[in-house]
Design a protein around this ligand. Structure first.
Ligand code: CTP
Ligand SMILES: C[C@](O)(CO)[C@H](O)COP(=O)(O)O
Length: 231
């Protein structure tokens, strides 16, 4: 059954899904690879669509797969699909350009974080709604972190108490994200980085273990187990 989005919602979610997935190994573009029999992108969009505040979803798909992604997502939720770019940043910019008038909160969410719970979408959106210009979900860093030189010799141990591992969805006041992308230079790995460069304060909210980014084969295996356990 196709999920209905909320016409009175105030949130647009951009879903960059155009990456190759090199670190996952050879195969189809990562967002189209199966997890428990369905593409990662289907899992991701289903969870976004279940968040009550979501008004619009725009997916940036691999350019060669736009038509097939449209057909694939039609039974899941009403989405707009645009061709992505060579870098994540370009994919996000393409999706942002396709957001209709209305939503004043924009979230950017990796298709690769396919098991992200709808509650995290809502908590990031609510933090923006409450007055923050830019919000990122984070987890504490659990390993000891070493700084090393080019020869893998340890230079020192980093104080991890001030470090955070950053997830998506990242949430922004729409005008703030648009201005950051309009001013963007060399590609950065996340949208909060662009906003930081504009001098905008970025605040953290608690992330979710289920929002792991499926990057390497182990992550895919872990996601299979999490799904089997009810994620
Ligand atoms: N040109 C790109 C590159 C990445 N992404 C998306 O950005 C998200 C985060 O990127 P990552 O998980 O690192 O994906 P890949 O770039 O595909 O991974 P790799 O570096 O292993 O190829 C993913 O949902 C990916 O599809 C995108 O839309 N367009
Ligand atoms: C946006 C992101 O998922 C936050 O952790 C991450 O920065 C994507 O970067 P990657 O280099 O494509 O893994």
């Amino acid at each position: 059954m196709t999920a209905q989005l909320n016409p009175r919602g105030d949130v647009a979610v951009l879903v960059p899904a155009a990456g190759a997935g090199v670190r996952l190994g050879p195969g189809a573009p990562k967002a189209l690879r199966p997890l428990a029999g369905e593409p990662l992108l289907v899992h991701a969009v289903r969870r976004i669509a279940a968040a009550p505040s979501v008004h619009t979803i725009v997916v940036a798909a691999p350019a060669a797969d736009v038509a097939s992604v449209r057909s694939m997502l039609a039974p899941v939720a009403p989405v707009t699909v645009v061709p992505g770019g060579a870098e994540r940043q370009a994919s996000v910019a393409a999706a942002l350009a396709a957001v209709p008038a209305g939503p004043e909160i924009v979230l950017v969410h990796d298709a690769a974080r396919a098991l992200t719970p709808p509650e995290l979408v809502e908590s990031v959106a609510e933090a923006v709604r409450s007055g923050h210009d830019a919000v990122i979900p984070v987890l504490a860093v659990v390993d000891t972190i070493k700084e090393v030189d080019a020869g893998e010799r340890v230079l020192g141990t980093v104080d991890r108490s001030a470090l955070r591992a950053v997830q998506t969805p990242q949430g922004f006041r729409r005008s703030v994200l648009a201005a950051a992308h309009a001013a963007a230079g060399d590609p950065l790995t996340d949208d909060a980085g662009l906003v930081e460069k504009q001098g905008v304060a970025v605040v953290c909210v608690p992330g979710s273990e289920h929002a792991l980014k499926i990057t390497r084969p182990f992550d895919l295996a872990l996601a299979e187990h999490l799904l089997a356990a009810g994620a």
